[in-house]
Every structure is written in structure tokens, then in C-alpha cells.
Design a protein around this ligand. Structure first.
Ligand code: GDP
Length: 441
């Protein structure tokens, strides 16, 4: 995400880092490069200029920057603060005070509305413990209704639709009535989009907006479309005066312009970002964390939060007991992989760890390593999974055949598994790193 912006900004700071002291000249030079970096990331020139003027004023205005021991780092901090400010400062929640709460989802066709509606439903159900109902208001494309139904089934959230009805206002209102009567406390209305803004679409979304008067109207936009995203955001805001923006496809090759300038241009905060096609890839937008990521500092807070979401205390205690007794087995290993998988895609996860984003940038990291290991374990019998020590040569041969891998790979995996098991056992007995070092010689 935002890799080339990150590279260019780093280049701008590098210039400063080479100098022992800052001067007006090298600050000006660095600021110019920051501005270039922003424009290359599809930030409108006027905004980029205003941004860098502020950075420059702050840098020059602060004596301590000029005299700082590490002037480059002071500049990074100034830019980080300004980026956070540009993106809205604080994270903003959504209004869920209705009975039921109504959330209207608008945007162009293909922006990711239907996918987002599903992700939001899942988010509200699993994290906010609400009971959502999805309303299929895209009446022009039967495939869209079907798509929402498939998503609904997947996340176990019901979808309301009226067959052969072409009036989205009526569908929305009846859907809300249905929610009231059936104890759903939040409804998400997916609406139709067009490929480009046109009057008919604007009239329609405006009619739905007036009839429903939603607690929260969200505008969904594809981050890959850069400045266009910001222009569309403006056009929709003029018509429905929405509450927040959802930026999708941040997993793609986005330059960053939309994320950086939508708040400034439209005056509405980004509330969520979406980075993938699976239902777990929705994040609450935090300007400060995004600024850190843009500057290549990772986002360790989000990383820990994601890990905590998957953390099941009972499971963890059970696992700890097993490790202590040196009874960690292949089933436990499988469930650890499943938990990691639930946290999201691996490359995205690794990029949240400070310093890792750059290292993993050109690597082709995917889940296939997990698939291989899982295939090996799935080829074991129940007895073998629970008792790793029984794996003798003939059993290993049979497993190799079963999963289509060679014996060497099976041996390697089992050896690594044994080492890991030993290590975890030692750590659990509180002997910690000292003992670990002994073990490693
Ligand atoms: P709609 O027409 O606005 O309802 O858009 P859809 O929800 O049908 O999404 C259009 C396409 O974009 C689909 O193929 C989605 O799977 C894909 N999509 C949606 N959100 C994301 C995202 O965050 N990342 C990626 N990579 N693809 C997405």
C-alpha cells in the first residue's frame, strides 16, 4: 500500500539525514521533494503545496528542529502530524442510535458497495454484537441481488429483497419495517450504482436518502481511481450530504491520493477501509495509523488488535497446559494456522510490523506455505495427529504419498515441528532464553 509514496518520502528525508544541521536551504529542498512525492501520489497540486507550506513553517518555526540532534527525525514527526491532520485527525465512529439503525451505502458500480455491505454486516455482528439485516436495493442487476444473497449466506446474515419489485425506495422502507418487526437492530441498504455519475442515479439515491433518512449514509469509493475518487465523492456529497467515506481496494496498487485528500476536499471523514475480497478485510480508519504506514513505520497497534480479536482465552489456556505437559500436537498446530489465517492476508499483516513493509515489498508472500503444511497434517491419521512421536519411516512414506509431497519435505516439516515443540515447552517452564541458548548450542 502506498509504496511509491513511501519510497519518495523516504528519499526526501534521506537528504536531511545526511546533514548534521538543518538550514533554510536544505529544509526548502526537502519540502520540495515531499511536495513532488505527494503530487506523484495523485494529490492535487494546491493541496500538496498548502501541505508542504505548513510543514516548512513548522520546521522553520521550531528552533529545536534547526538545532535538533536528529533533524531528519524531527522532520518526519512534523510530516507525520500533518498527514494525520490532513486525513482528519481522529478516527470517527458510525451512528448506531436508531431503532433499528439504518445505514445507507452509496457509490458507483464496481466501487465495492455490495462487498462492503457484507463486510460491514459481519463487522457489526461479530464486533458490535448487533443483529444486522441486509437490504438488496440494487434493482437493476439481478446478479447484484444474488451476489448479496451469497454473501449473506456466507456470513449468516439474512438478506431482504422483494422479487420483481423495481422500486428501491419501497424495498428500503419495507426492509426497515421487516427489521423492526423481526428484532433486527441494524439494517444496511445496498443501493444501485452506475458506471459514471448521471442524473437518474443521483435522483434515485437522493429519493432513497430522503425516504429513509438514514442514521448513517456511507459513500463507497475505489481508492485505485485516485483524484477521480475525490471528484465522485464531492458529487455524491452535494446530493446526499453523507456522513462518511469508505475507501476500498487498498490492497491494490493505490497511490494514496484519495486517502490523503478526500477529507480535505469533501469535508467528510473516511470511516472504513477495505483491503481484500474476503469478508474479514474491513478496517476502521485511523488517520494517525495510516500516516505511520505511509511513512513506512508500520502499524503495530492494528497488528496487536487483530491478534487480540482472534485471541480466545480458553483456547489459549488449553494450549498453554498442553505445551507445559509437552503435549502440543499436530491438531494444535492446525488450529494455530487457522487463527493466523483469520487475521488476514500474510503480506498485509507483515507490512504492519515496523520495518517489514519494505522488506516484504517485492516478495511473493502468500498462504501456500500453510496449504502445504496443512496437506501433510491432513494426510495423517487421527492417532498420528495426536501423537506425533509415533511417526516412523513407513508412516512418513504413507503420508508423503497421501499429500503428494516427497519424503524429504515430510521429514523437514516434522523436524521443524519437533524443534518448535521443544522450544515452546522450555519457554513454558520459565527457563526462557537462557535454556534456549543452551539447546541451540
Ligand atoms: P458494487 O458494484 O459497488 O456493489 O461492487 P462489488 O462489491 O460488486 O465489487 C466489485 C469488485 O471489486 C468485486 O469483484 C469485488 O470482489 C471487488 N472488491 C470489492 N472490494 C474490494 C477490496 O477491498 N479489494 C479488492 N481487491 N477487491 C475488492
Amino acid at each position: 500500500m502506498f509504496e511509491s509514496l513511501n519510497d519518495r518520502l523516504e528519499g526526501a528525508f534521506k537528504n536531511l539525514k545526511g546533514h548534521g544541521r538543518l538550514s533554510e536551504v536544505n529544509i526548502a529542498q526537502s519540502v520540495k521533494e515531499i511536495r513532488r512525492a505527494l503530487v506523484a501520489a495523485d494529490v492535487n497540486y494546491k493541496i500538496a503545496k498548502e501541505f508542504t507550506d505548513k510543514v516548512k513553517d513548522k520546521a522553520l518555526g521550531q528552533e529545536n528542529v534547526l538545532n535538533a540532534v536528529r533533524p531528519g527525525e524531527m522532520m518526519v514527526k512534523i510530516v507525520q502530524d500533518e498527514l494525520t491532520e490532513l486525513m482528519g485527525g481522529q478516527a470517527e465512529g458510525i451512528n448506531l442510535n436508531g431503532k433499528p439503525s439504518t445505514i445507507l451505502v452509496a457509490g458507483l458500480q464496481g466501487s465495492g458497495k455490495t462487498t462492503f455491505s457484507g463486510k460491514l454486516a459481519k463487522f457489526l455482528k461479530s464486533k458490535k454484537k448487533l443483529s444486522p439485516l441486509l437490504i438488496a436495493g440494487d434493482v437493476y442487476r439481478p446478479a447484484a441481488i444474488n451476489q448479496l444473497q451469497v454473501i449473506g449466506e456466507q456470513i449468516k446474515v439474512p438478506v431482504f429483497t422483494i422479487e420483481d419489485n423495481k422500486d428501491p425506495v419501497e424495498i428500503a422502507l419495507q426492509g426497515i419495517a421487516h427489521a423492526k418487526a423481526n428484532n433486527f437492530n441494524v439494517v444496511i441498504i445496498d443501493t444501485a450504482g452506475r458506471l459514471a455519475i448521471d442524473e437518474a442515479m443521483m435522483n434515485e439515491i437522493s429519493n432513497i436518502n430522503e425516504a429513509v433518512d438514514p442514521n448513517e449514509a456511507l459513500f463507497v469509493v475505489d481508492a485505485m481511481t485516485g483524484q477521480d475518487a475525490v471528484n465522485t465523492a464531492k458529487a455524491f456529497n452535494d446530493v446526499i450530504d453523507y456522513d462518511g467515506v469508505v475507501l476500498t481496494k487498498l490492497d491494490g496498487d493505490t497511490r494514496g491520493g484519495a486517502a490523503l485528500t478526500v477529507k480535505y476536499t469533501v469535508g467528510k471523514p473516511i470511516k472504513f477501509t477495505s483491503a481484500g475480497e474476503t469478508m474479514d478485510t474491513l478496517d476502521v480508519f485511523h488517520p494517525e495509523r495510516m500516516a505511520q504506514r505511509i511513512l513506512g513505520m508500520g502499524d503495530i497497534v492494528s497488528f496487536v488488535e487483530k491478534a487480540q480479536e482472534q485471541y480466545d482465552e480458553k483456547e489459549a489456556q488449553k494450549l498453554e497446559r498442553k505445551i507445559k505437559k509437552n503435549k502440543f500436537d499436530f491438531n494444535d498446530f492446525l488450529s494455530q494456522i487457522a487463527q493466523l489465517r483469520k487475521m488476514g492476508d500474510l503480506k498485509g499483516l507483515m507490512s504492519m510490523i515496523p520495518g517489514m513493509g519494505k522488506m516484504t515489498k517485492d516478495l511473493d508472500i502468500d498462504d501456500s506455505a500453510f496449504n502445504k503444511v496443512e496437506a501433510i497434517i491432513f494426510s495423517m491419521t487421527k492417532h498420528e495427529r495426536e501423537n506425533p512421536e509415533v511417526l516412523n519411516m513407513s508412516r512418513k512414506r504413507r503420508i508423503a504419498k497421501g499429500c503428494g509431497q516427497n519424503l524429504h519435505e515430510i521429514n523437514m516439516f516434522i523436524k521443524q515441528f519437533d524443534q518448535m515443540k521443544k522450544m515452546m515447552h522450555m519457554m513454558s517452564k520459565g527457563k526462557g532464553m537462557g535454556n534456549l541458548q543452551n539447546m541451540l548450542g
